[in-house]
Design a protein around this ligand. Structure first.
Ligand SMILES: O=C(O)CCC(=O)C(=O)O
Length: 250
């Protein structure tokens, strides 16, 4: 046995957990990530689940289109109409509006919904009909299913154009997601702060950096006891793509 060439089975988690009972983590070599227990919840965190080549290619794939240079286009200033006129080759991006106090407001991000054709999904008052799976999304789905141990049948894609885009505090606890929703979060582009806070004590927080290629799995009772959010970070000028794979039951 070569004592100096062994992979240590205890690695340091690259973010902090509250110093309290019922928090623990363990590195899993085979899954290339940390299995994390939190009170009333379970996380799996793989910082570099997708390598740089796959992660770079994914962004290019999401933005490929016939008219605009995906790297230099001014994506932020597009209105709903102009966005819908761009023929994206692989992803059908939308700028959705929701009603707030009776008035329509744009979500602070673009989004797209993919999945098995019989699985519509309602969130924030919007009922989304899924687009059909494509090769790229299926490839990503297959990779994460290997460690998640479940089959996802849909994915909500979020495109945060820069640090002005965000998602507010919420739980993914819609009825269609079943008793204990399993959510697989895949991330490409700018690193953003993914925050979790306990519903019964908003001061008890975990901040998880989601980077280019990071995979985060939330399971167990997490969606019943914890909310999550990605706050604004105005200094960030680069885009970020987040894909939350889900299991919709009807
Ligand atoms: O962008 C993220 O990391 C979170 C996305 C999210 O919470 C959602 O789509 O429900």
């Amino acid at each position: 046995m070569d004592l100096f060439n062994q992979t240590p089975d205890t690695k340091e988690l690259p973010f902090k957990l509250p110093q309290k009972d019922n928090y623990s983590y363990q590195w899993n070599d085979e899954m290339n990530g940390f299995v994390i227990s939190i009170p009333n919840g379970q996380l799996f965190y793989s910082e570099h689940f997708f390598d740089k080549k796959v992660s770079d290619r994914s962004i290019e794939y999401f933005l490929e289109n016939e008219t605009n240079d995906w790297q230099t286009a001014d994506w932020r200033s597009l209105d709903k109409e102009s966005l819908s006129q761009i023929k994206f080759k692989n992803i059908n991006w939308h700028h959705d509006q929701i009603k707030m106090f009776g008035k329509p407001v744009f979500l602070p991000r673009y989004s797209a919904w993919y999945g098995d054709s019989d699985k519509p999904y309602t969130y924030s008052g919007l009922t989304l009909q899924p687009n059909k799976w494509n090769k790229g999304l299926l490839h990503i789905k297959e990779q994460i299913e290997k460690v998640a141990g479940v089959h996802f049948n849909s994915v909500l894609m979020n495109w945060y154009r820069d640090g002005e885009d965000y998602i507010s505090w919420h739980c993914d606890d819609e009825k269609e997601l079943g008793k204990n929703p399993v959510i697989g979060s895949v991330n490409f582009g700018a690193t953003r702060r993914f925050q979790l806070r306990r519903l019964d004590n908003n001061e008890e927080k975990i901040e998880v950096p989601l980077k280019h290629g990071t995979f985060l799995l939330m399971s167990g009772e997490t969606q019943h006891y914890w909310q999550h959010a990605v706050p604004k970070e105005k200094k960030i000028k680069e885009a970020r793509f987040n894909l939350t794979f889900r299991i919709i039951n009807h």
